[in-house]
Design a protein around this ligand. Structure first.
Ligand code: SAH
Ligand code: SF4
Ligand code: F3S
Length: 450
């Protein structure tokens, strides 16, 4: 008799960090014999790897859990796991609202996930029905966990776990613990293995990645780490995210300018253009300092793209303070911005602040900011028309056949006509059009055109 193969379905919410954690979760489950399923209906274990940063992903998880409850009623042996940041932050709410969840596992507890799943597998009838428990966050730097990455062009590599900044609105430090840098040799070894496996690009990850090294006794900072990774043969592009403006040194700007494989892109969340709001957000820079940093980055790094995150309607943000944000955006002209309405999150300092901005007003502010950014982003992209840029091809354009898509070194999306699959190659493309979402182009040598 052939044994039925066990299947897993991992669904990810949230940031790149979480996407990368899902690769570890899938790796751990693969080692236990699980293979990927196309749909949760076909899976023996379903993992929701959750995000708690804003209300929307949070609500989506609870509605997904509602669907899973019906599946579980039909197939009680199915294991349901909630992992990630919500597991750490709102485990009680999960237990209360979704008592059928078998396991709740905080970020970086994925070694324990293996043991817990194995125990449930061995537990027969009783296993899955035991109440969910929270396996607590260990303050360690995990190494050597298996990872299951889809073969591709780019790979994520963690440089720093956690965050110690405690911005007043943010749950991340509570969900992921304090900053812990990985040893440089572990990072470089991983990048070498990725190069051997055929990856061309790596993105170094950390909630505050440019604080790399500050928590260790080694004499190394993020610019030094970039130099080490730059030397790994086979990796053509190095990216990193997210940089905190307060930790963005002149040395780092120089490293981005000078190291040939490090891409000319900085993601530098500004959050607000008003100093009083920035102070209450605990961001630890002023608008003036931020502007000087941007000017310097543009002087030092030719062709640099600068992207940002912004929050509108932080508690107590007055209409005038919001105008300061609009003015700052106009002055800086970001290549791209991720813009959010402030949300109360459990346990964060801002949740206790008075003068919450009413929802309709937050919505109006968001629309104005998005309108302004769209205009500027489109103009910036249009201005690139006629330039020849190097595109790392990621795969076919998802919307139209006969076209491929990829990214420039400045991380702009480019789609261009192409008759063969050039996935994984570097192609010179002449830009023909600029839009809010990115660029269109033609392969420069004409060879790949239809
Ligand atoms: N470590 C990164 C990203 C953190 S989360 C950083 O420091 O920027 C990504 C973005 O979500 C943040 O930059 C912020 O703009 C937004 N965000 C975080 N908490 C939020 C909240 N409570 N309400 C609205 N937006 C929030
Ligand atoms: Fe959150 Fe601030 Fe840390 Fe970013 S730097 S993860 S916004 S606390
Ligand atoms: Fe969300 Fe956690 Fe990332 S809260 S944004 S998944 S660090």
């Amino acid at each position: 008799m052939t044994e039925k193969r066990q299947r897993m379905f991992v669904h990810t919410y949230g940031c790149q960090m979480n996407v990368h954690d899902s690769e570890t979760i899938a790796g751990v489950l693969s080692e236990l014999g699980y293979e990927p399923a196309e749909r949760p209906e076909d899976a023996d274990v379903v993992v929701l790897n959750t995000c708690s940063v804003r209300d929307k992903p949070h609500r989506k998880v609870f509605s997904r859990l509602g669907e899973l409850r019906r599946l579980k009623e039909r197939r009680p042996e199915m294991l349901i796991v909630v992992s990630g940041c919500m597991a750490q932050i709102v485990s009680d709410e999960i237990k209360k609202r979704a008592p059928f969840v078998d396991l709740i596992v905080g970020p970086r507890e994925y070694a324990a996930l293996a043991e817990a799943v194995r125990a449930r597998q061995d537990g027969g009838e009783e296993g899955p029905s035991r109440p969910a428990e929270l396996l607590d966050l260990h303050r360690i730097v995990p190494e050597g966990l298996p990872e299951r990455r889809d073969a591709g062009v780019g790979a994520w590599v963690t440089a720093v776990y956690g965050c110690s900044n405690f911005c007043a609105y943010c749950v991340v430090p509570y969900a992921r613990g304090p900053e812990r840098s990985r040893l440089p040799e572990d990072i470089v070894d991983e990048v070498r293995r990725l190069a051997d496996a055929g990856f061309i690009e790596v993105t170094l990850l950390g909630q505050n990645v440019n604080a790399y090294g500050a928590d260790m006794d080694l004499d190394i900072d993020f610019a030094d780490l970039l130099a080490l990774v730059n030397d790994v043969a086979g990796i053509e592009r190095i990216r990193f995210t997210t940089s905190h403006p307060k930790d963005c040194s002149e040395k780092l700007l120089r490293a981005v300018a000078d190291l040939e494989n490090v891409c000319e892109h900085l993601h530098l969340p500004l959050q607000s253009g008003d100093d009083e709001v920035l102070g209450r957000m605990n961001r630890r820079y002023t608008l003036g300092e931020y502007l000087r940093l941007i000017d310097r980055a543009r002087e030092v790094i030719s062709g640099v793209a600068i992207t940002t995150d912004m929050i509108v309607g932080f508690p107590g943000e007055t209409p005038e303070q919001f105008e300061h944000t609009l003015q700052a955006m106009e002055r800086i002209r970001f290549d791209q911005a991720f813009m959010f309405k402030y949300n109360d999150r459990p346990g964060v300092a801002a949740a206790n602040m008075s003068d919450k901005v009413p929802e309709p007003e937050k919505q109006r502010r968001l629309e104005r900011l998005v309108g302004l950014q769209n205009e500027m982003g489109r103009a910036k992209n249009r201005a690139l028309a006629g330039q020849c840029v190097e595109v790392l091809v990621e795969g076919p354009d998802k919307r139209r056949t006969g076209r491929m898509q990829g990214r420039t070194r400045a991380n702009k999306l480019v789609v261009f006509p192409c008759r063969t699959s050039l996935k994984g190659s570097l192609v010179d493309v002449t830009i023909t059009g600029g839009y809010v979402w990115g660029l269109t182009g033609e392969p420069a040598d004409g060879a790949a055109a239809p």
